[in-house]
Design a protein around this ligand. Structure first.
Ligand code: AHR
Length: 348
């Protein structure tokens, strides 16, 4: 009888001990961090609808890749649409993002005007919009902010190089300008910045501006036409460039693709154009190589790597935080006077 009572007491102590351990484990795990229902559910990925204008240049290809890579790194689902250089395609894409109810819309506006209606629709649908790379002419209340380059400053940088390069010249300095997509903010801004500086000295004279659509093929075509009228009677092409009978001292091109196309044409016609000053914008590896080999004199950087900052802005918006209205990417200038050994590979 005594033995039986002992056994029962021993078993009761064991059960009590087990109960205390279970209770302790429960209290410890509970006190670490309260588990809410929301946390148990898989977190919903942010969805970004991005309308790109196309792939007219190596710069643009790098720009798209940077945005695509950064979205993956930040676990943001991205829907990229290629507008093939048409605003109407961009408007359709943005409207489809609204129907799809993406969290944020970003787009590179091919031209400056014509966005108010679609931006109003996005605003009414409660979808914030970030304007990327180029700027727009629209009521600022219709979009969250802009991320991209400072086109006016890029134009100024090109002009400052020229100003310095020609500081000892007293004769007229004639400039042949190759611009890009008509009515795009970037072309207007670069032209404004460039003129702001050169207009301070009457010796600088823009003798012609031609639209090369930011395309390498157009840069080549433009030079081909120039050279066709520069053929001497003996059949050789002159090494000096002329436009409408006027000697060209400077070729200022709004992007590397057009500049490289221009150089392609010079090469195929075996024209060195040694006395001409060449200034380009973008800083693709190929144009940096041309700078190193003396074919170009100055390359103003336009930084295409907008992806990481764009994703930061998207995340801030999604968290309900305000974003700066204007975010400019950092940029520099590469010139013939640099120590080329310090250059890092461009990556595009
Ligand atoms: O908007 C940026 C410009 O567009 C770049 O200079 C050019 O290469 C691109 O096509």
């Amino acid at each position: 009888m005594k033995e039986k009572a002992k056994k029962i007491r021993f078993l009761s102590i064991l059960i009590l001990l087990a109960a205390v351990i279970v209770l302790l484990v429960f209290v410890i795990t509970k006190s670490k961090k309260p588990v809410t229902l929301a946390e148990e559910e898989p977190t919903k990925k942010l969805i970004l609808g991005f309308s790109q204008i196309g792939s007219e240049s190596a710069w643009r290809t790098r720009n798209t890749q940077s945005i695509f890579d950064a979205a993956a790194e930040n676990d943001i689902q991205i829907i990229i649409h290629d507008a093939q250089q048409k605003q109407e395609n961009q408007l359709k894409a943005i409207r489809s993002f609204i129907v799809y109810q993406v969290d944020v819309i970003a787009f590179v506006p091919i031209v400056e005007d014509g966005w108010e209606n679609v931006l109003t629709e996005a605003k009414e649908a409660g979808i914030p919009v970030i304007v990327v790379d180029r700027q727009i002419n629209a009521d600022p209340s219709l979009y969250a902010g802009f991320l991209g380059e400072n086109g006016v400053e890029e134009g100024r940088r090109a002009a400052r190089f020229l100003q310095n390069k020609c500081r000892d010249k007293t004769d007229t300095v004639t400039i042949f300008e190759i611009s890009g997509t008509e009515n795009s903010s970037i072309v207007k801004d670069r032209a404004r910045g460039f003129r702001e500086i050169i207009d301070t000295d009457p010796k600088f004279k823009i003798i012609h501006t031609e639209n090369g659509d930011f395309l390498r093929s157009r840069g080549k075509e433009i030079c081909d036409v120039l050279l066709a009228s520069n053929v001497r009677e003996n059949g050789n092409t002159t090494n000096t460039l002329y436009y409408d009978g006027q000697k060209i001292d400077v070729v200022f091109s709004n992007n590397d693709s057009m500049t490289l196309g221009f150089l392609d044409s010079l090469e195929s016609h075996k024209v060195t154009a040694k006395g001409t000053i060449f200034i380009s914008i973008d800083a693709e590896q190929e144009s940096i190589d041309a700078l190193k080999s003396g074919k170009l004199n100055c390359v103003v950087e336009c930084n295409p790597n907008l992806g990481p900052t764009l994703m930061e802005l998207v995340k801030q918006i999604a968290e309900g935080k305000p974003i700066p209205f204007m975010t400019f990417n950092e940029e520099t200038v590469f010139t013939e006077n640099d120590d080329f050994s310090l250059y890092e590979p461009r990556g595009y």
